[in-house]
Design a protein around this ligand. Structure first.
Ligand SMILES: Cc1cc2nc3c(=O)[nH]c(=O)nc-3n(C[C@H](O)[C@H](O)[C@H](O)COP(=O)(O)OP(=O)(O)OC[C@H]3O[C@@H](n4cnc5c(N)ncnc54)[C@H](O)[C@@H]3O)c2cc1C
Length: 418
C-alpha cells in the first residue's frame, strides 16, 4: 500500500501485461506507482493474444532447422511468415542478427536464458494471482502440439529435445489424443502433451483484473502519450502530451513502441514488431486446452467469447494497416483440425492484430539502464509476453529495490546489442 507521503515514486510506461505486473510487484514493495499508457489498459498486444502460458517454449525462433522452411513459408501468400516488400529494407538489420543467432553456440546460450525465465513463470503468476484473488484466471490443463503428416521419427526427436531440456512432455497416439480432445479430427495422427503449462480464457480480462487490483491498492493511472524520458541526478522526468511527471525511478514497458523512447537516450536496440493475428470463431466444438499445430503453425485456445485461432508473423512495422486475410487464413486451417467447426457463420467474426515486441535473439530486455541508473527496462517479450509477465514484474521489483535477483539477469541486458 502506498500510504506514506515519503514513499518512493515510480512511473511505469506502458499498461500492457508487462507494465501491469511490474506495477503491482513494485507496489508490493511500498513504492507509489503511476502507470501511464497512451491508449488505455491492455489495449496493445496484451489484448488479443492466444492466452497460452507457454513455458515449454524454451527454444529461440532463430534455429538452424528453420532455414530450409523459410522460402516456402515466405512465398506462400498466407503462410506463417510474411515480410511486406516495402518494409524489407527496414527489417533487414533485424534479420541479419536473427540469422547470426542461429549459430549453435548462440542458440544454446539463448535457450538456456529463456529457460531460466520460463521455469519460474507460472510460480510467479501463482503468487501474483493469489494475492489479487484471481487464481481462477489461470487454468492448468496443459496444452497439445498436434501433428498431421510429420514422420513419427521426427516427432520423437522433437519430444526428446524437450525432455533433454527438462520440459515434461508425453507423446500421444491418435486414440489417446481423441480421448483427451474428442473434437479433434482424424487428420491428427499424434500429439505432444505438455502437462505443466496453463492458459487463460481471456487475456484482456486477466490484465484488466490485475489493473483493477493495482488501483484498489492505491495505484495511479494516467492516460497520456509519453514523449520523452530524462534523468537528472535525483529524479526522472517523464514528459507527456499534457504534463511532466517527476519520479524517483521509471520502468519502460512500452512493448513494441519502446525503441522510440530509447533512441533519444542513445540506446541502440534492434527491436522490431512481429505482428500476429487472431480470428474468433463463435460456433465451435468444445476443446479444453490450447491446441497448436506443428505443421500449420497456429494455435487454438478456448476463450470465454469463443474459440481463438491465433498465430502468424508479419513484418510490416508499427504504422501499416492490418491485413485481415492473414487472420481469415487461420479459420480455414482450423477446419482441418476440428470436426464440426463452422467458420462460414463467423466469416464476419472478430479479427485482431497485435504488435509482438521482438528482438532477434528471442530474449526480452530486463534490467537497469546502463547509462541511467534510475531507469529500468522491461520490454521485448516477443511471443512470450503473457507467459513471462509475472516473473518480469518480480525481477524488476527486485532490481529497483536493490534486492538479490531471482535469476541471472546478464543475458537480458541491453548491453548485449553494443
Ligand atoms: C497473435 C498473438 C498471439 C500471442 N499469444 C501469446 C501467448 O499465447 N502466450 C504468450 O505468452 N504471449 C503471446 N503473445 C505475445 C504477447 O501478447 C506479448 O508478448 C505481450 O502482450 C507484450 O506485452 P507488453 O506489455 O510488453 O506490450 P503491450 O501489451 O503492447 O503493451 C505496451 C503498452 O505500451 C503503451 N505505449 C507504447 N508507447 C507509449 C508511449 N509513448 N506512451 C504511453 N504508452 C505507450 C501501448 O499503448 C501499450 O498499451 C501473442 C501475441 C500475438 C500478437
Amino acid at each position: 500500500m502506498n500510504e506514506s507521503k515519503n514513499a518512493p515514486e515510480t512511473a511505469v510506461i506502458g499498461a500492457g501485461i508487462i507494465g501491469v505486473c511490474c506495477a503491482i510487484k513494485l507496489q508490493n514493495q511500498g513504492i507509489k506507482v503511476t502507470l501511464i499508457d497512451k491508449v488505455g489498459v491492455a489495449q496493445g498486444c496484451s489484448k488479443g493474444n492466444a492466452g497460452h502460458f507457454a513455458t515449454e517454449q524454451v527454444f529461440p525462433l532463430a534455429e538452424l532447422g528453420l532455414l530450409k522452411h523459410i522460402p516456402k513459408m515466405l512465398f506462400s501468400p498466407n503462410g506463417p511468415i510474411k515480410i511486406r516488400l516495402a518494409y524489407l529494407p527496414f527489417a533487414m538489420p533485424w534479420f541479419i542478427r536473427f540469422f547470426v543467432n542461429m549459430l549453435p553456440a548462440r542458440f544454446k546460450r539463448h535457450s538456456k536464458a529463456l529457460k531460466t525465465l520460463n521455469i519460474k513463470a507460472i510460480e510467479a503468476y501463482d503468487e501474483l494471482l493469489e494475492q489479487a484473488g484471481l487464481s481462477h484466471l489461470l487454468i492448468k490443463q496443459g496444452s497439445l502440439m498436434t501433428f498431421e503428416n510429420t514422420d513419427l521419427k521426427i516427432i520423437e526427436q522433437i519430444k526428446n529435445k524437450y525432455l533433454d531440456n527438462g520440459i515434461r512432455v508425453e507423446l500421444l497416439s491418435r486414440s489417446q489424443v481423441k480421448n483427451l480432445e474428442p473434437s479433434l479430427s482424424s487428420n491428427v495422427t499424434y500429439a505432444l502433451y505438455f502437462p505443466d503449462v496453463g492458459h487463460t480464457q481471456d487475456p484482456e480480462k486477466l490484465c484488466l483484473s490485475l489493473f483493477e487490483y493495482f488501483m484498489a491498492q492505491g495505484g495511479q493511472f494516467v492516460q497520456e502519450h509519453v514523449h520523452s524520458i530524462e534523468q537528472s541526478k535525483e529524479k526522472v522526468r517523464i514528459s507527456t502530451s499534457l504534463q511532466t511527471i517527476h519520479c524517483d525511478t521509471a520502468i519502460l514497458a512500452a512493448g513494441a513502441w519502446s525503441k522510440r523512447l530509447l533512441t533519444p537516450l542513445k540506446y541502440k536496440v534492434p527491436l522490431d514488431t512481429e505482428r500476429g493475428y487472431h480470428y474468433m470463431v463463435k460456433n465451435h466444438p468444445n476443446i479444453n486446452r490450447p491446441i497448436a499445430s506443428y505443421e500449420r503453425k497456429f494455435i487454438m485456445t478456448p476463450m470465454t467469447s469463443g474459440l481463438r485461432l491465433a498465430g502468424t508473423v508479419e513484418f510490416a512495422g508499427l504504422n501499416t494497416k492490418s491485413n485481415k486475410k492473414r487472420a481469415t487464413a487461420l479459420a480455414s486451417h482450423s477446419t482441418k483440425l476440428l470436426d464440426g467447426i463452422n467458420i462460414t457463420e463467423s466469416l464476419d467474426g472478430q479479427h485482431w492484430m497485435g504488435m509482438r515486441p521482438s528482438l532477434p535473439d528471442s530474449l526480452p530486455v530486463i534490467g537497469r539502464a546502463p547509462k541511467h541508473d534510475r531507469l529500468f527496462f522491461a520490454f521485448g517479450h516477443q511471443h512470450l509476453g503473457l507467459t513471462q509477465a509475472a516473473i518480469t514484474g518480480k525481477l524488476i521489483a527486485e532490481l529497483v529495490c536493490k534486492k538479490p535477483s531471482s535469476i541471472e539477469l546478464e543475458p537480458f541486458s541491453i548491453n548485449r546489442f553494443d
